[in-house]
Every structure is written in structure tokens, then in C-alpha cells.
Design a protein around this ligand. Structure first.
Ligand code: CMC
Length: 392
């Protein structure tokens, strides 16, 4: 191996020190700033969790009001971004648009380049968190050909997103307390998860002193894949493909077949090998929501519940320590809330922006950031002489 440690997929490499999130994968523990995720999910709001991740402490009542005021003053988008949206095809995937729009913010806020200035880093974070719901909702409305809806300051962060997506609480459930709580919980549970692929990408991009909006765009691009954030969309596509409870055994057999690349989406995790503590919480919220919406017997949900039951009793999954992860249930919640399928990963991105920008800020705050630069093991041809074109 020469002088380098070979660690493909970084299974055993710690790339940084961080105070933000602690995970014990064997015990199923997840803490943010020392606070257990179940307590945060039950008692706090997404904005409180963002404050905790970014500033290191939960906000006081006054700090929370000031944060909400910042959200209100930064939630609008520059009208110039309309032309950026207009350049996309109407059938573009919202994640494709999200990468472009968030990256484009770097062309509007030049102070964001002042990355060694604490106040400018904070301003960049506040702008991002405030604008993400507007950006995401606009992506949806653009694909539908609907007019954009401007944010409303009297609504909570989550309600505002729902309002901008659907233009008004036309259907009763959209401002239903259980629905808002389910979405808030989903955002809290996805806010940060230490050095996952997208967060590591944000840090690596940031280590070159790149513009923070561009770094977050790189994180969004990484999140898109079905092995990462794209899993919540893939779960529903899988349930649609299964179609009926009676087809589950066949599907499970396909998943277990080594010659078939199909995986049970929403199952398994790189770090959690006993259970995903987020899944436990979201499972409960998911059941409450389905009950409230009287949707427990909707075919898709019945397939999901049966799939979960069968997989948890199956040797293949038990041996490999494969349990439902957070995205198995988040897809079901989003679907029950009427969020369109191609927006699911954008919802994950909306939440994870809190973690990305906090991790980026933590890295910049440490100062003397060394550019990330992994090495490789070269396995190509040994040195040889150039062969002239006529002789090849
Ligand atoms: N269905 C069937 N078999 C699986 C699955 C699955 N979902 N996940 C892992 N395996 C098998 C895999 O084939 C391998 O078997 P064997 O030892 O016989 O070769 C064994 O379990 C270990 O798998 P691995 O790929 O080495 O595990 P990993 O830690 O590299 O992968 C994972 C973790 C999450 C990418 C993977 O479990 C997976 O692809 N799950 C489905 C996609 C998914 O739900 N992703 C969301 C993850 S949570 C949210 C997030 O991080 O964004």
C-alpha cells in the first residue's frame, strides 16, 4: 500500500473534528450539541435546531425571535433569479434546478465571498436558510407552470413553505397541526448527520476557499443520488412498482438475488447497524399522520407496512443488520402530505442545508483551513515510452 492508507468509501477515516453532531452507530445514538435527537424532535422547531447547529446552543426566546425576523427579511428571492428558472425545461427535476439556483446565489451576494468575515458567514447562512423554502417551492411551481407565491411573514417556517408550495391552505389538512408537526419533525431529523457524502462534499469544496453558495450546490448535487437523499423518492417508486401486497415476496426474492442489483430502498445504513434512531421517531409520526388523514389503508402505505414487517423477520436482512432508515418513512410522510414525488429529495436538501452551512462555518471558523486532498493507489501501466501515431 506504500505510504498511504487505502480506505475506499472512507469507512474508517475521520476527516475532521466537529462539535456539531455525535453518532454512535452501534447504540443508535444521535446527538446535536449534546442533545438527543428524540428530545429535539419532540420539543423544538427546525429553526431552533438550526440555531443549535450553527451557533452551538439552543436559542433563548429573544434569539429565536431575532432568528425569525432574519428569516422574514431574507426569504424573498432576487427577481433576477426568475430568468434563471425560466431557462430550465418545465419537466426539469427539482434537484437539477436546486443545484443551479443555489449555486447562482453566489452571483447575487458578493459579500458571501468574504469567507473570513464572521458576520458575512452568518449572513450567508441566514440568507440560505431563509431562502431555501422559497427556492424549493418555486422549483415545484415552475414545473407546474404556476405563478410563484411570495412568502408570508406571519407564518411559521414550515407553514410558509406549505403556503408557497400550494399557494393557500386550500385543503384543510395542509395547515392541520399534525401535518405541520410531521413536516417539522422530518426537517429536524434531516438537519444534520455529521460527515455523510453531501456534508463531506461541502467541506471538501469549502476547503478550497470556494464561495459558500457554490459549496452548498455541490452538497445538493451529492444528495441527489438514490444511495443518499434520493432514497426517499426511490422508496415510493419502489412501492409503486410492487403495486400490491401479494407481490412483496417476489420483490424480496429479487432483492436477495446476488445477480440482481435491486435493493430494498429505505433499508440499511452505513453507520447505524442496529437501528436508526431517526427512523424510530419518524415511524411514530408517520403512523399518527396516516391515522389523522384517514390514510392508513391507502394501498401504498399498506405495502410499506407489510414490506417492513416481512423484511424485519427475514434472515437476509437480520444477518446484514438492515433496518428501515429515516427515508423509508419520510417518503411516506411527504407523500401523505401531498408533496409531489420529484420534490422529496428537495425537501431533504431544504433540511440538510442547516447542517451543511453549519459544518462549513465550523470549518472556516477554525481558520487555517488546509485544502482537502486525498491520495490514491495507482494501479495503471508502469512507465513506458511514447509510441508514435503511425506505429500504434
Ligand atoms: N437491500 C438489500 N440488500 C442490501 C441493502 C438494501 N437496501 N443495503 C445493503 N444491502 C446488503 C448488500 O448487498 C451487502 O450484502 P453482501 O454482504 O451479501 O454483499 C450488505 O448488505 C452490506 O451492504 P453495503 O452496500 O456494503 O452497505 P453500505 O454501508 O455501503 O451501504 C447504504 C449503505 C445505505 C448505501 C445501503 O444500505 C443502501 O443502498 N440502502 C438503500 C438506499 C437507501 O435507503 N439509502 C438511504 C440511506 S439513509 C439516508 C441518507 O444517508 O441519505
Amino acid at each position: 500500500l506504500g505510504m498511504f492508507t487505502f480506505d475506499p468509501a472512507f469507512m474508517t477515516t475521520a476527516s475532521c473534528e466537529s462539535k456539531i453532531t455525535f453518532i454512535d452507530g452501534d447504540k443508535g445514538i444521535l446527538l446535536h450539541g449534546g442533545y438527543p435527537i428524540d428530545q429535539l424532535a419532540e420539543k423544538s422547531s427546525f429553526l431552533e435546531v438550526f440555531h443549535l447547529l450553527f451557533y452551538g446552543e439552543l436559542p433563548s426566546a429573544e434569539q429565536l425571535i431575532s432568528l425569525k425576523t432574519s428569516m422574514n427579511s431574507h426569504s424573498m428571492l432576487h427577481e433576477g433569479l426568475r430568468s434563471v428558472y425560466n431557462g430550465f425545461r418545465r419537466d426539469a427535476h427539482p434537484m437539477a434546478m436546486l443545484v443551479g439556483i443555489v449555486g447562482a446565489l453566489s452571483a447575487y451576494y458578493h459579500d458571501s465571498m468574504d469567507i473570513n468575515n464572521k458576520r458575512h458567514r452568518e449572513l450567508c447562512a441566514l440568507r440560505l436558510i431563509a431562502k431555501m423554502p422559497t427556492i424549493a417551492a418555486n422549483c415545484y411551481r415552475y414545473t407546474k407552470g404556476l405563478p410563484y407565491v411570495y412568502p408570508r411573514n406571519d407564518l411559521s417556517y414550515v407553514e410558509n413553505f406549505i403556503y408557497m408550495m400550494f399557494s393557500a391552505p386550500t385543503e384543510e389538512y395542509k395547515f392541520n397541526k399534525t401535518a405541520v408537526h410531521a413536516l417539522e419533525t422530518m426537517l429536524i431529523l434531516h438537519a444534520d448527520h455529521e460527515q455523510n457524502a453531501s456534508t463531506s462534499t461541502v467541506r471538501l469544496a469549502g476547503s478550497s476557499q470556494a464561495n459558500p453558495f457554490a459549496c452548498i450546490a455541490a452538497g445538493i448535487a451529492t444528495l441527489w443520488g438514490p444511495a443518499h437523499g434520493g432514497a426517499n423518492e426511490a422508496v415510493i417508486r419502489m412501492l409503486q412498482e410492487i403495486q400490491d401486497v401479494k407481490n412483496i415476496p417476489d420483490y424480496i426474492a429479487r432483492v436477495k438475488d446476488k445477480n440482481n442489483p435491486t435493493r430494498l430502498m429505505g433499508f440499511g445504513h452505513r453507520v447505524y447497524k442496529n437501528f436508526d434512531p431517526r427512523a424510530k421517531i419518524i415511524n411514530q409520526v408517520c403512523h399518527e399522520l396516516l391515522h389523522e388523514l384517514n390514510a392508513e389503508h391507502a394501498p401504498l402505505f399498506e405495502i410499506a407496512m407489510e414490506l417492513e414487517r416481512i423484511a424485519l423477520e427475514d434472515e437476509y436482512f437480520i444477518e446484514r443488520k438492515l433496518y428501515p432508515n429515516v427515508d423509508f418513512y419520510s417518503g411516506i410522510i411527504l407523500s401523505a402530505l401531498g408533496i409531489p414525488l420529484n420534490m422529496f429529495t428537495a425537501m431533504f436538501a431544504l433540511a440538510r442545508t442547516a447542517g451543511w452551512i453549519s459544518q462549513w462555518n465550523e470549518m472556516m471558523e477554525e481558520g487555517n483551513v488546509k485544502i482537502g486532498r486525498p491520495r490514491q493507489l495507482y494501479v495503471g501501466a508502469a512507465m513506458r515510452d511514447y509510441v508514435d501515431l503511425g506505429k500504434r
